[in-house]
Design a protein around this ligand. Structure first.
Ligand code: HXC
Length: 260
């Protein structure tokens, strides 16, 4: 698939996916969602990639939400398809076997915040504004926002944000636990690349397994989650990377992981 609405750049084993509809604040229409789904499905199977960054083109917006002009033309049936497609795109991000980091460079609203929440964690610029303002328009967050935000920050804060449509400044988003790190705008991408590169040096199979176990466990009781952890842990011992990691420690040298 060739992409019209996103840019894919790969450098030093880190893929950067840039939502590229600057004139519409990078709003997500069905074409963009299809491209997001496709690119993340492909990145999952790409052995060369160690981490993925998601950001928005330009200086103003990460993603200002679902495309409002497109939604204004939709019937309830179209909206059902749009909801499904949005879920499929966000799930492709969420389920990607690579660590995915959102670099939130500006407005991160509605479906834009839902995209960022589908990433593993968020770094944001001091200029970023984050919120789920859908109820201003007479709809509610339909691409995972009601579920992922409540799980991340708790039901009370999620309900307040969703019911009031209040848009948070980045400091408040940091205090709520939505944003892991606040960066100067000019340092956002370099900070995200630095953490991506650091993660990229670790055992890729171990990182991918940890991601999967965290995801699976977060919907389970502690005891059930611990069972998942116990089941997955021995899989590390089937890898060449584990032998390399242990040997490198004992030989007092950096490990060279291959992702096998
Ligand atoms: C389509 C959008 C857009 C959007 C901005 N634009 N957001 N187009 N969909 N979500 C377009 C504007 O129409 C305008 O186009 C251009 O981008 C610049 O936007 P302005 O409003 O002129 O910029 P500014 O005054 O700086 O305001 C920025 C803003 C505002 C605060 C981000 O644009 C805004 O409130 N946008 C909508 C945010 C929102 O409600 N998002 C949630 C959407 S619902 P022109 O052609 O006039 O230059 C959603 C649901 C997800 O996400 C789940 C679905 C199932």
């Amino acid at each position: 698939m060739s992409y019209q609405n996103i840019l894919l750049q790969i450098q030093d084993a880190i893929a950067t996916v840039t939502i590229n509809r600057e004139k519409a604040m990078n709003a997500l229409n069905p074409d963009v969602l299809r491209e997001i789904k496709d690119v993340f499905t492909n990145l999952t199977g790409n052995q060369e990639i160690r981490a993925v960054i998601v950001t928005g083109a330009g200086e103003k917006a990460f993603v200002a939400g679902a495309d409002i002009a497109a939604m204004s033309q939709m019937t309830p049936q179209d909206a059902q398809e749009f909801g499904k497609l949005g879920h499929a795109a966000m799930d492709a991000v969420d389920q990607c076997a690579k660590p995915v980091i959102a670099a939130v460079n500006g407005f991160c609203l509605g479906g834009g915040l839902e995209l960022a929440l589908a990433c593993d964690f968020i770094y944001a610029s001091e200029k970023a504004k984050l919120g789920l303002p859908e109820v201003n328009l007479g709809l509610f967050p339909g691409w995972g926002g009601t579920q992922r935000l409540a799980r991340l920050i708790g039901k009370g804060r999620a309900k307040e944000m969703i019911f009031s449509a209040r848009i948070l400044g980045v400091q408040e988003a940091y205090e709520f636990g939505i944003v892991n790190k606040v960066c100067k705008p000019e340092e956002l991408l370099s900070s995200v690349r630095a953490v991506a590169a650091e993660i990229g040096k670790k055992g890729p199979v171990a990182v991918a397994l940890a991601k999967r176990v965290i995801h699976e466990g977060s919907d389970l009781s502690l005891l059930q989650g611990l069972v998942k952890e116990r089941e997955s842990f021995p899989k590390c011992f089937e890898t060449e990377d584990l032998k390399e990691g242990l040997a490198a420690f004992l030989e007092k040298r950096p490990a060279q992981f291959k992702g096998k």
